[in-house]
Design a protein around this ligand. Structure first.
Ligand code: BTN
Length: 262
């Protein structure tokens, strides 16, 4: 059974966040949105929770955050086939987070391949994209740390994590931040639906920031090392040590790190 939200927002959006359900506590916002996907809820429904009892992260890890410290958000999309690519939709979520962070705080965030957003080297946001196999749905889950302190992360055993409040004095409360993020998700998604993927691609490339660098691309079938010549939704172009240039499909690349020269 779907629980009752504490509040419901109706935002002036075209797609994402026209309806947002705000809960005090859920096990996981992604779990609820996966359930909504099965009952054909409308596109763009957003679910927010002040607290999660079983927040989920990548690779089966858990995602924890003190109550009311973070934006804990999941949105439901039914993207057309051309947009139903995990790399593209992860980029959509990550770029929207970076833009919302810049607008709210002035901070320039970076994207760490494939789905982390960093500020000054600390992970402030993680993204969990799921395609549960019902009604061609995609669920984008976003956990954005807003008010935690360095001590909170140290106590939680997360020394590499950060929050917006650690780096800016201009931090809005988490609901204001959530509204801002929903507005960016909506704007970027509308652009994608209109057939413009290049604007997102350019922002994604810039926020990853590894062009021309020597990188290690960890792929399912082994690592590749080379100089990153170009990066796009069609592929990562790597110049290998012998001069050969290869193109790796983004979905094949599990992690991408900067390396020293050979
Ligand atoms: C990661 O491991 O980096 C991804 C973390 C994703 C966490 C968010 S919080 C909101 C949504 N609900 C979940 O259970 N997980 C995602």
């Amino acid at each position: 059974m779907i629980p009752l939200p504490r509040e419901e927002w109706h935002l002036p959006a075209r797609h994402v966040g026209r309806r947002a359900l705000v809960f005090d506590r859920l096990d996981s916002t992604n779990n609820l949105v996966v359930a909504l996907a099965g009952c054909a809820a409308t596109e763009g429904v957003a679910v927010l929770a002040n607290e999660q009892s079983a927040g989920r992260g990548q690779h089966g890890r858990s995602w924890t955050a003190p109550p009311k410290s973070s934006v804990l958000l999941s949105v439901l999309l039914f993207p057309p086939l051309a947009l139903r690519r995990p790399a593209l939709l992860t980029a959509w979520a990550a770029v929207s987070v970076c833009e919302a962070v810049r607008e709210a705080t002035g901070l320039q965030a970076r994207i760490k391949w494939p789905n982390d957003v960093l500020v000054r080297g600390r992970k402030v946001c993680g993204i969990l994209l799921e395609q549960p196999g019902v009604n061609n749905a995609t669920v984008a889950g976003i956990g954005l740390n807003v008010t935690q302190t360095a001590d909170d992360f140290a106590r939680a055993g997360l020394p590499a994590a950060g929050s917006l409040a650690m780096f800016s004095e201009r931090v809005p409360d988490m609901h204001a931040m959530a509204r801002r993020l929903l507005a960016h998700l909506d704007e970027e998604y509308d652009r994608l639906l209109q057939g413009d993927t290049s604007t997102l691609e350019a922002c994604w490339k810039w926020r990853i920031g590894l062009l021309g660098r020597f990188v290690l691309a960890e792929c399912g079938d082994g690592p590749r090392r080379g100089r990153l010549l170009d990066l796009g939704f069609d592929g990562l172009h790597l110049e290998l040590a012998g001069g050969e240039v290869i193109c790796l499909q983004p979905e094949r690349v599990l992690h991408l790190h900067q390396e020293g020269e050979w």
